[in-house]
Design a protein around this ligand. Structure first.
Ligand code: MOS
Length: 738
């Protein structure tokens, strides 16, 4: 029997992931785990060259191999359409050109054929028998020769040229970041199945590892030329994605079309090697930074020009300068973004796109400026914190960057730092301390959610968003628990299914801030229906005028009588009470306020010059990410970002052979990511100020912010340790030995 005590608050506590048991016991069904009756396997034949004006594909030998059912290539692949690639219409694709559209090759690792066979092994074996002849062209690979750039956008404030001419102190330098590849544990994969429903016609059901079921459904419908309501996309669990799974990539289209042609389910699983070419990556960036300041350290002008590579099959832009418009105060500013087309697969968003490489450059430049000014780098940042969002003139909804910097400095022991490079030692090791600020937008999208109170008193909450592995299932259950008091174990959450009310892509760090208010409004509406039912004839609370909710029960204030949800539902013979609502941030609020998260990273590096060993030994990260909803999953996010940041700073880079355009380190042995042995002693703190303009819980997202600024804190620490300024990531030991 429920008691009338108020429901225990759970927002901000550390409940375990409600999907945790399913994941560790293998009950969570990932896309490529699906085994369907009569299922076939597709295996790609990928271009061995980076540019070809034509290819001839001879499938004869492959078709004769055991188990092979079909070989698709540009000569026999059914015509599909291009997606409108429209963000507003949620039809965004990774690559506008559909697979096998023509006989041309735009990048090495492009699909030139798909072998479909009874087993994966048969498809893979036969793929080696497909004869491909290329009319090869000289590829344009990376930054060789004359770089042709196309400017995409420019933003300007004040008169930057005049401010640079009049500057007391000027810092100007160029920073480079390498191409990086998303390497989630779960590679991309899709299982496509066409279902014939005599009454409603044919429909596509696709089990796909995607960060956006609605986006993928909309884009697939356009590409296949069928109505959206004839496509079901299911992505209940993801082994992460880092942005690589936001949009539709070629393997999904290939699986869908092959399944339609062959009237059998088809699975196409992307190999680890192909993860480096055909499903996006973070592009190389070349960033020219120019900062002007007065003698006492007031920034007067910022210029941030970015060039990144993009492909010939779409135009992706890494917007490195966006954060530079907002983080610090500077009356004068110019930010430009340009792309250079190359024979490389289309780049895409990777955790904190734009800002992760952008803040490496800006926050390295701030460190260099501080040294020129002879001002402490924490102090320089404190002096230049923007009181308003200068780009739009809006007030910040909530900005606690100042406290991130001061609290972080105190925790780290920054006051003990001797600013002289190579002045701090511990035995053979040089010690360096560096700081950098973090920032990432705090967005909230429109979202629908459905909440159902069931006959047994349990609750189901549903939304067509996804849990990329960050804890979305759990956060939604927390909202329902907070508002109803129904135990977490009796709250069921359904996600990753296009038949549910539409929700956002798991991207941009906006799911938590977006989904929580939608679920809350739907929960309250379902409770209102329950209260009506409870006051009606035959209910234990019949005639009640004012009912309150506590611990999965309703309480009649006037009589002190209470009844559990289940008892009310049973007494009224109700199977379910549903409520579905759509919510969004209102226009008045968006007009008034600018929303961003902030933070500061402090890093300690140790470099032993005798054996050229560099490691990040200790970090302090203080985040202003709004109200923290789940302290455990939140800490996981920042810890994961710091470890990924160690990789970005010291190891990660996708290397292209400048002659052939092929990725030379397309595997997890040669593409080095940070692992357990690399992770520093991490101290992570959340300021936990609710951002109540963004939603009623004050929650923002924290998926990406932890990666921003981190590499700069390491680069700045490396300079402090060694006196060497490395302006090109990763900071490999060769660069320190040079
Ligand atoms: Mo994030 S790069 O929007 O998954």
């Amino acid at each position: 029997m429920a008691t009338a005590a108020p429901s225990p608050a759970i927002i901000g506590k550390s409940p375990n992931r409600i999907d945790g048991r399913k994941k560790v016991t293998g009950a969570a069904d990932y896309a490529a785990d699906r085994v369907l009756d009569q299922m076939l396997h597709g295996y790609g034949v990928m271009s061995a060259v980076a540019s070809a004006s034509s290819v001839k594909v001879d499938p004869t030998a492959a078709l004769a191999a055991p188990g092979v059912v079909a070989v698709y290539h540009h000569g026999n692949f059914p015509k599909v359409y291009r997606s409108s690639n429209d963000w507003e219409a949620q039809t965004t694709v990774g690559e506008v050109r559909p697979p096998l559209e023509d006989d041309k090759v735009y990048y090495a690792g492009q699909f030139v054929a798909l072998v479909v066979a009874e087993s994966f092994e048969q498809a893979r074996a036969a793929s080696a028998l497909v004869q491909v002849d290329y009319t090869e062209e000289k590829p344009i690979i990376l930054w060789n020769g004359d770089l042709k750039t196309e400017q995409q956008d420019t933003a300007k404030r004040g008169d930057p040229d005049a401010a640079f001419a009049a500057a007391d102190v000027l810092h100007q330098a160029t920073y480079w970041t390498p191409s990086e590849t998303h390497n989630p544990i779960e590679t991309h994969g899709a299982v496509a199945q066409w279902i014939t429903d005599p009454a409603r016609g044919e429909r596509l059901r696709i089990y796909s590892s995607t960060q956006g079921v609605i986006f993928e459904r909309n884009a697939l419908a356009e590409v296949l030329g069928i109505p959206k309501d004839r496509v079901d996309v299911l992505s209940p669990y993801l082994g992460s994605g880092f942005g690589g799974k936001l949009f539709l990539w070629p393997h999904t289209v290939l699986a869908s079309v092959a399944a339609r042609e062959l009237r059998r389910p088809v699975k196409v699983s992307v190999t680890r090697a192909d993860m480096f070419t055909t499903v996006g990556h973070r592009p190389v960036t070349k960033q020219s930074l120019k900062l002007a300041a007065t003698k006492d350290g007031q920034l007067t002008a910022i210029e941030h020009d970015t060039v990144c590579h993009t492909s010939f099959t779409d135009t992706y832009l890494e917007d490195c300068g966006t954060t530079s418009k907002a983080l610090y105060t500077a009356k004068n500013l110019r930010v430009t973004h340009s792309v250079a087309r190359m024979n490389i697969g289309t780049p895409t968003a990777m955790r904190a796109p734009g800002s992760a490489p952008g803040l490496y450059a800006l926050e390295s430049a701030m460190d260099e400026l501080a040294i020129k000014l002879n001002i402490d780098p924490v102090e320089l940042r404190l002096k230049n914190i923007a009181d308003i969002e200068q780009d739009t003139g809006k007030a910040w909804s909530s900005n606690h960057l100042r406290e991130c910097l001061t609290a972080g400095a105190a925790k780290f022991g920054w006051s003990k730092r001797n600013p002289k490079p190579a002045s701090m030692r511990d035995g053979d090791e040089l010690i360096g301390w560096g700081v950098a600020a973090c920032s990432w937008p705090a967005d909230r999208m429109s979202c629908s959610a459905r909440v159902q109170i069931k006959a047994d008193g349990s609750i189901r909450a549903a939304c067509a968003t996804q849990d990329i592995g960050t804890g979305t299932y759990t956060v939604i259950a927390q909202v329902v628990h907070q508002l109803t008091g129904v135990p977490m174990a009796k709250i069921d959450v359904a996600l990753g299914d296009t038949s549910l009310p539409p929700g956002p892509i798991s991207g941009g760090s906006w799911v938590t801030a977006t989904v929580m208010p939608a679920v809350a409004v739907a929960t309250r509406a379902a409770l209102e229906r329950l209260k009506k039912a409870a006051a009606d004839t035959g209910s234990p609370l019949e005639g009640a005028k004012e009912l309150t909710v506590a611990n999965g029960a309703l309480l009649d204030k006037a009589t002190g009588k209470q009844a559990a949800f289940a008892d009310i539902m049973q007494a009224r013979r109700l199977s379910t009470l549903d409520a579905e609502y759509s919510t969004a941030l209102d226009d008045d609020t968006t007009k008034k306020y600018a929303f961003r998260s902030f933070g500061a990273h402090f890093s300690e590096v140790r470099y032993d010059p005798g054996i050229a060993r560099l490691r990040v030994s200790r970090t302090v990260s203080v985040l202003d990410g709004g109200r923290i909803v789940n302290a455990k999953t939140a800490r996981n996010q920042i810890a994961g970002a710091v470890i990924m940041g160690v990789g970005m700073a010291l190891f990660e880079q996708t290397l292209y052979d400048p002659k052939t355009g092929r990725v030379v380190n397309a595997n997890l042995a040669d593409y080095v990511v940070a692992t357990n042995a690399d992770h520093p002693d991490m101290d992570i703190e959340f300021l936990d100020y609710p951002d109540l303009h963004l939603n009623e819980f004050g929650a923002r997202g924290i998926g990406e912010i932890g990666l921003t600024g981190f590499a700069a804190s390491v680069a700045n620490a490396v300079y402090h340790a060694t006196g060497k300024r490395v302006r090109e990531l990763p900071i490999s030991i060769e660069k320190l030995m040079a």
